[in-house]
Write a new protein. Structure first.
Length: 160
């Protein structure tokens, strides 16, 4: 009996859930002002990206986001990476249901944002970017995620 419990999906998912909860708590604790280096681009982030997926021209200090209210833009490679991170989790989200699946979804988007220049706060300010990116790059994955998480769109599922 003990062996079956140890093999269950819940035990294997516990580290993911703890990580997701910690990520949400840390993101909330950080507030809305990323550390900057004299520009509005977060410290330690890579070169600004344009919607065409190419870095901004050399010498440009333009961040990958502009003033509040403007849309987040990321490279095509980053958009494909988001799709590639969501796709293998769809079956797990179907099994976990909307509550636990939603936590895992938030952890995935948070991890993706960290990998792509620490744009977590920009994504939080423009949650629709996740729908725009997945609609353009992997609409089938977007549709399956929406169905598994039982939400009207991916932006609605973001809580961090």
């Amino acid at each position: 009996m003990h062996r079956r419990w140890m093999d269950s999906r819940w035990v294997r998912r516990t580290p993911l859930l703890v990580t997701a909860a910690a990520a949400i708590a840390l993101t909330a604790a950080c507030g809305g002002n990323p550390a900057t280096t004299g520009s509005s681009q977060p410290q330690g982030s890579s070169a600004p990206l344009t919607s065409s997926g190419k870095p901004a021209p050399s010498g440009s200090n333009a961040p990958n986001t502009t003033k509040a209210g403007d849309k987040v833009t990321v490279s095509d490679d980053a958009a494909k990476q988001l799709c590639d991170m969501i796709r293998p989790q769809l079956s797990d989200w179907r099994v976990q249901g909307p509550t636990l699946g939603g936590i895992a979804y938030n952890a995935t988007v948070h991890e993706w944002a960290v990998r792509n220049g620490g744009i977590n706060m920009q994504v939080l300010g423009d949650k629709d970017v996740i729908d725009r990116l997945t609609t353009a790059n992997c609409s089938d994955v977007r549709d399956q995620a929406i169905q598994a998480l039982e939400i009207p769109n991916l932006a609605t599922g973001l809580a961090f």
